[in-house]
Design a protein around this ligand. Structure first.
Ligand code: AMP
Length: 217
C-alpha cells in the first residue's frame, strides 16, 4: 500500500514529481492547493474564505484544511493508496492526520521530502507556469512544454499562479520554514521520512522516488 505524503518548499519540484508518481503508480492525487484553487474558481464558500489568504501566500486555517482532507481521504478512491501533496503543512495538521489516518483506514506509510536551496526556488517560481486542469508544472526557461503555453499532458492553456509573485513567494517561503519544516523531525520520529535532493535533476529524483515506492509496495 502506498499512502504517501509529498513535501518540500514551493518550487522544489513537488508538482512535477507528483504527476509522475500518480501516472506510474495509479494513485489519486490529493493536492490541497489544487482543491483550494478549484473552489476559488468555482466561487464556493470555501473558495471565498481561502482566496485572499492564498493569494497573499499565507496558510489557510488548520480547521478548514483538516476537514477538507478528512472528507477527501475518506472517499472510496483512496482505499488502495493516495498521494497527499501540500498537506500537512503544520504540526497541528500532522497530528490531525496521525489521528484520522488509522480511524478511516488510511494511515500514512511514507513521507517523501524534496529540498532545493532558496536561491533556486526563487528562480523556479518566477518562471513557473501551471496547468489549471491537471496540475502539471512547467518553466518558461528550464522546462518548456512542447507547444508554448499549452499543457503537454492534457492540452489545456497554462497559467501563472497568482501567488507566484515575489511578495507572496517570500511569505510562502517564510511560512514554510516556520510552520512546515518542523514536520521533518516529526516524521523522522515516526520512522516514515525519506529525503531527496531536488538539485539532482528531475529524472534522477524521479527514479529514486520510484525505487523507494516499489520497495514499499
Ligand atoms: P500549493 O499549491 O500546495 O502551493 O498551495 C497553494 C496555497 O494553498 C498555499 O500557499 C496555501 O495558501 C494553501 N494551502 C495549500 N495546502 C495547505 C495546507 N495544508 N494548509 C494551509 N494552507 C494550504
Amino acid at each position: 500500500m502506498l499512502n504517501i505524503i509529498l513535501m518540500g518548499p514551493p518550487g522544489a519540484g513537488k508538482g512535477t514529481q507528483a504527476v509522475r508518481i500518480i501516472d506510474e503508480f495509479h494513485l489519486p492525487h490529493i493536492s490541497t492547493g489544487d482543491i483550494f484553487r478549484e473552489n476559488i474558481s468555482k466561487g464556493t464558500e470555501l473558495g471565498l474564505k481561502a482566496k485572499a489568504i492564498i493569494e497573499r501566500g499565507d496558510l489557510v486555517p488548520d480547521d478548514l484544511t483538516i476537514d477538507l482532507v478528512k472528507s477527501r481521504l475518506s472517499q472510496e478512491d483512496c482505499a488502495n493508496g493516495y498521494l497527499l501533496d501540500g498537506f500537512p503543512r503544520t504540526i497541528a495538521q500532522a497530528e490531525a492526520l496521525k489521528k484520522m489516518g488509522p480511524e478511516i483506514g488510511r494511515a500514512v506509510n511514507l513521507v517523501v521530502d524534496i529540498t532545493v536551496p532558496d536561491e533556486v526556488l526563487v528562480q523556479r517560481i518566477a518562471g513557473r507556469r501551471v496547468c489549471p486542469k491537471c496540475g502539471a508544472s512547467y518553466n518558461v526557461v528550464s522546462m518548456k512544454p512542447a507547444v508554448e503555453g499549452i499543457c503537454d499532458r492534457c492540452g489545456s492553456a497554462l497559467i501563472q499562479r497568482k501567488d507566484d509573485n515575489p511578495e507572496s513567494f517570500k511569505i510562502r517561503l517564510d511560512n514554510y520554514y516556520a510552520q512546515t519544516a518542523p514536520l521533518v523531525d516529526f516524521y523522522k520520529a515516526e520512522g516514515l521520512y525519506h529525503h531527496f535532493d531536488g538539485m539532482e535533476g528531475l529524472e534522477k529524483v524521479s527514479a529514486q522516488i520510484a525505487d523507494l515506492l516499489k520497495k514499499t509496495l
